[in-house]
Every structure is written in C-alpha cells, then in structure tokens.
Design a protein around this ligand. Structure first.
Ligand SMILES: Nc1ncnc2c1ncn2[C@@H]1O[C@H](COP(=O)(O)OP(=O)(O)OP(=O)(O)O)[C@@H](O)[C@H]1O
Ligand SMILES: [Mg+2]
Length: 275
C-alpha cells in the first residue's frame, strides 16, 4: 500500500504516483491572454517513464512547473499518491518537494561555480537531518547510480567537469533526496549525441534500479521514444495524443504526431535500446 505526504494510505484507486486533472495555466501579457496549458489531464503510474513531447512553446515546461508546485495553476488539480497537492503550503509542500525532484536543461546554471562538487552535494543535504558520515555515504551511493566515482567528481569544480558529468551530478543530487518522481525538463538537450545516449541510459537504468517514476520532457520525439514507456504529445497547450511508445510510433492518431515522427525518418529502425 502506498502512503501520501501525511503518511496516510493513498486514496487513489489507481497506482498513479502523480497525476493532474484538467490543469490550465493562463498568462496575461500586456492585455492579451496566453493559454499555455489547456485542460491537461495526465497520470504517472509508479515505475514508468512518461515522456511529454511537443514543439517549443507547446506548454511542456509550464506543465512541469505546475506539477513541481513552482507555479500556481489557473485551474485544475494535481495529486500525489492520492493526495491533492494543488494548494499545499509550508511543511507539507517542502515534503512534496523532497519527493518530486527535477533536473533541468542547463546544469551549469544550477551550480555555484565557487564550490567543489562534493561541497555542493553536502550543502544540498544540509537541511536534512543526515550526519556527515551518512551524507558522504549517500553522496557516494548516488554518484554510483549515475556512473561516477567520488574521485571523478567530489574535488572538482563544476567547470572542470564535462557537460555529461555535470548533468549526471545534477541527477545524483536529485537522487540524494530519495524522490519518488524525477522530472527531467530538456535535461539532455545541451549534450552531444554520445553524452545524450549516456544520460538517457542512466535515466533508464534508474527507473529499473530504484523504481523511480520519471517524467521526461523533450521537444525530440526520438529521445522520448528511446526512453519512455508511454508518450504524451502536446500541441498549443493541449495533449493531442497519448499512448504506449509503440502505439505512438507505429499507430499515431494525431496529424501533429505524424508530423513530428516524419522529422525523424529512421526512428523505427533506430529504436533498439542500447540498455
Ligand atoms: N511566465 C510567463 N509569462 C508569460 N507567458 C509565458 C510564461 N511562461 C511561458 N509562457 C508562454 O507559455 C507558452 C508555453 O511555454 P513553455 O515554456 O511551457 O513551452 P515549452 O513547451 O516548454 O517550450 P520549449 O520547448 O521551448 O522549452 C509559450 O507561449 C510561452 O511564451
Ligand atoms: Mg520548456
């Protein structure tokens, strides 16, 4: 049985970890209204990778920010393990944030350049009740999940790491919180092809090893199909297609999905996962 943030049994009938129902986000800019997310309902079954795909401006990051509770919804609800978290505040919101971790596009921007990676990771744990020795063990364990040794990372400054290493350190930092959900918003976009595959494989393994539920946000349907069990396609703030990865690739329904797929002609052939 799952429990929610207050430790009570989850009330949901499904095994969703995270879900949103009818979520809307409107922005009002100089007198005009932009509906960035338009009545989106999604659920994230435990242990799955769900990719949200769509072109630039389709509302992916706005949806992610609402799910992360970094931005209020205009309307709709967000539930985590059966508990309505749409309006959580204070301690319970912080508890939610520890369970739903995120990795963003530019790992450099998330680092303080003046501290070695080991210090940065320890500082992330400073607010928790973890002691120094326990913290170091946890850091080592989480670096291991992303394929880094302490020697490769701990004493280096962020600029001394490669892009892929920085991205993996960010992943390790997210994992240290022992989240239930990991949200990756364009987390591999800035990497070259080899590093991208490397980080995608790490994400894929984490799902299996830690039973993490992963929400992978990308404009690249090729990457989405490589990694995800299920894909949701967004266009102009709406989900226009959803299904298993195979359904979306081999039997796309929406014209928009067909267009995205046509841009990656070798997708079907290249979907032999290297994991
Ligand atoms: N803070 C904001 N104020 C006003 N409009 C915004 C704001 N944030 C996003 N938007 C608008 O909402 C729409 C969706 O933006 P969003 O960043 O969610 O798209 P995206 O799918 O993540 O795009 P990308 O692939 O480029 O990251 C866009 O039209 C954008 O201009
Ligand atoms: Mg975005």
């Amino acid at each position: 049985m799952t429990t929610n943030l207050t430790g009570s049994p989850a009330t949901t009938a499904t095994d969703s970890v995270l879900a949103c129902q009818d979520v809307v986000k409107e922005f009002h800019v100089t007198g005009s209204k932009v509906v960035a997310v338009d009545h989106v309902s999604l659920d994230f079954p435990a242990g799955d990778v769900l990719a949200v795909v769509g072109e630039s401006g389709s509302g992916k990051s706005t949806l992610a920010r609402m799910l992360l509770r970094l931005m209020p919804v205009t309307s709709g609800t967000i539930t985590f393990r059966g508990e309505d978290v749409t309006d959580l505040r204070g301690k319970r919101l912080r508890a939610y944030w520890s369970q739903v971790q995120a990795v963003f596009q530019d790992p450099f921007a998330s680092f303080n350049q003046f501290f070695p990676v080991g210090d940065l990771l320890r500082r992330s744990l400073a607010l928790s009740s973890v002691g120094r020795e326990e913290a170091d063990a946890l850091i080592e364990e989480c670096l291991g999940y992303v394929g880094l040794t302490p020697a490769q990372a701990l004493h280096k400054y962020p600029h001394q790491l490669s892009g892929g290493q920085r991205q993996r350190v960010m992943l390790a930092r997210a994992l240290m919180m022992r989240p239930k959900v990991l949200l990756a918003d364009e987390a591999t976009s800035m990497l070259d092809a080899t590093l991208r595959v490397n980080v995608l494989n790490v994400l894929h393994d984490l799902k299996d090893d830690l039973g993490l539920t992963v929400l992978f946000i990308t404009h690249d349907i090729g990457q989405a199909c490589y990694l995800a069990d299920r894909v949701a396609v967004m266009e102009h703030g709406k989900v226009v297609e959803r299904g298993s990865t195979d359904e979306v690739i081999f039997a796309p329904q929406a014209a928009y999905t067909k267009r995205l797929l046509a841009d990656v002609p070798d997708l079907k052939g290249s979907l032999k996962r290297a994991v």
